[in-house]
Write a protein that binds this ligand. Structure first.
Ligand code: HXC
Length: 296
């Protein structure tokens, strides 16, 4: 029988509580994570730390990053420091990198995850609103790269930028974010080719709809969640751990030949964006009208 979006997500999460990765996979490594105070990047940091890494998380709200860092340290037994700053201002990142090196001595993994998003039609979008999102997402990714790259060259480390799938099609109300994320993808490809010879890998992760984040709760109207879920090939929203597992893979030696890529983690969601009239997936595509069950 067709399950609700919540049922299928809970089912998936129950199957995922145990990591398939070695517990000490990231031991001795240090991660620097922008946007790590909440949402997807908090979750990635938590799994890196649960697998032995120490971390610095960077975000705008001082109280928030500091309490998040405490919580992460307590939950994982590894060490995390919280540093406040704004990715639009490179000097705040440079100071944070200095502090991270003083604390941990090295940086192996960088996540450019700080993002800005709101829904706005083009006729309600000011020049400053467009600039604001480009500055957080695209310039912020460049600033994060710029202030950490020397450390990554030293450790032969790896950079992941958090992208999206919404710019693959013409997503309404997201022109500003689409332009910004397309820039992130293109930028990461350039980093991969210029820094590959120096031993640094750079990739993007493009999350699809991920449940349990403030961004998703704010941007996705609740009444659309069940219909949207029924259109996703894997029949559920993703969990934050779905993204974290991909980050662990990309940072691990298993991905040592992987650079300049975008790992799309969306249950197949964006391939369905052309479905005619928004027809729910089971009715439109499973023949007899029987809903396909999740293979998880
Ligand atoms: C139109 C808007 C607007 C809106 C802000 N602006 N919200 N325009 N519709 N809903 C305009 C403002 O009017 C202003 O333009 C300009 O944007 C800058 O706004 P500020 O509030 O001054 O900027 P700032 O304080 O820097 O805040 C940045 C922000 C804010 C992006 C607007 O929302 C923020 O800080 N967000 C951080 C958290 C976040 O968004 N995370 C989302 C990640 S989720 P004017 O012309 O008036 O000066 C994600 C993926 C979700 O990215 C995928 C779902 C599909």
């Amino acid at each position: 029988p067709h399950t609700t979006s919540l049922d299928s997500l809970l089912h998936a999460m129950a199957q995922q509580t145990a990591s398939v990765f070695r517990p000490d996979l990231m031991k001795g490594k240090v991660a620097f994570v922008t946007g790590g105070g909440s949402g997807i990047c908090y979750g990635i940091t938590k799994q890196l730390m649960a697998h032995g890494a120490n971390a610095a998380i960077f975000g705008r709200r001082k109280a928030n990053v500091e309490s998040a860092a405490q919580e992460l340290s307590k939950e994982t037994g590894s060490k995390c420091i919280g540093i406040s700053g704004d990715v639009r201002k490179i000097e705040t990142l440079e100071a944070a990198v200095k502090q991270t090196i003083e604390e941990f001595g090295r940086i192996d993994f960088v996540i450019a995850g700080a993002a800005g998003n709101f829904l706005a039609p083009l006729d309600g979008l000011s020049s400053n609103a467009f600039r604001t999102v480009l500055e957080i997402d695209t310039l912020g990714t460049f600033n994060t790269f710029k202030s950490t790259i020397d450390e990554l060259v030293k450790t032969k480390g790896s950079l992941i930028a958090i992208s999206a799938t919404l710019h693959y099609t013409g997503m309404p109300l997201q022109a500003h974010v689409s332009a910004a994320k397309a820039g992130v993808d293109a930028f990461i490809r350039a980093v991969a080719v210029e820094y590959g010879p120096r031993g640094v890998r750079a990739n993007c992760i493009a999350p699809g709809p991920i449940a349990g984040t403030e961004g998703m709760d704010r941007l996705m109207p609740k009444e659309l969640v069940d219909k949207h879920t029924s259109m996703i090939p894997l029949q559920r929203y993703g969990s934050i751990d779905d993204i974290a597992w991909t980050a662990l893979f990309l940072f691990s030696p298993a991905a040592s030949y992987v650079t300049g890529t975008v790992s799309i983690v969306d249950g197949g969601d964006w391939h369905m964006s052309g479905a005619i009239g928004g027809a729910p997936y089971p009715d439109a595509f499973s023949g007899a009208g029987e809903a396909p069950t999740s293979k998880l």
